[in-house]
Design a protein around this ligand. Structure first.
Ligand SMILES: [Zn+2]
Length: 127
């Protein structure tokens, strides 16, 4: 198969890439329950005074507007980066499970812009 990464040494039925995608998704799943993430959200919220069922609204650290929870993301100020080999595991895990101070709340639009910039920067680095 063209462009396939080498076989995973531990489990040759998988490619190396498939293995790392498995590890990444396992760590991201754990991160979804990472308490500092919820603390960061709590710190950025205030009671919503409008009508309806919405209880809180959240401040975007970038554009300083208020949004419902479904429209904000908890962002890593320093992106967790890539996880494609064993040497990436420690730095990736350390950045992913960071303290509350290294997280910020961004609205979906600001998050999209930041993610696009980070992707671009990561590409420049590998050139
Ligand atoms: Zn924003």
């Amino acid at each position: 198969m063209a462009n396939r990464t080498p076989d995973c040494e531990i489990y040759p039925k998988w490619s190396e890439a498939r293995f790392w995608s498995f590890i990444r998704s396992a760590l991201r799943k754990a991160y979804s329950r990472w308490p500092p993430k919820f603390d960061a959200l709590k710190d950025a919220r205030r009671d919503f005074k409008g009508t309806g069922r919405q209880k809180y609204e959240f401040l975007c650290a970038e554009c300083s507007n208020w949004f419902p929870q479904k429209s904000v993301q908890v962002d890593h100020k320093i992106p967790a980066g890539s996880l494609r080999e064993w040497d990436d595991l420690v730095p990736f895990t350390k950045r992913l499970f960071c303290s509350k101070d290294d997280l910020q709340i961004l609205c979906s639009d600001c998050h999209k812009v930041k993610t696009a910039e980070e992707r671009k920067a990561a590409k420049e680095k590998t050139k």
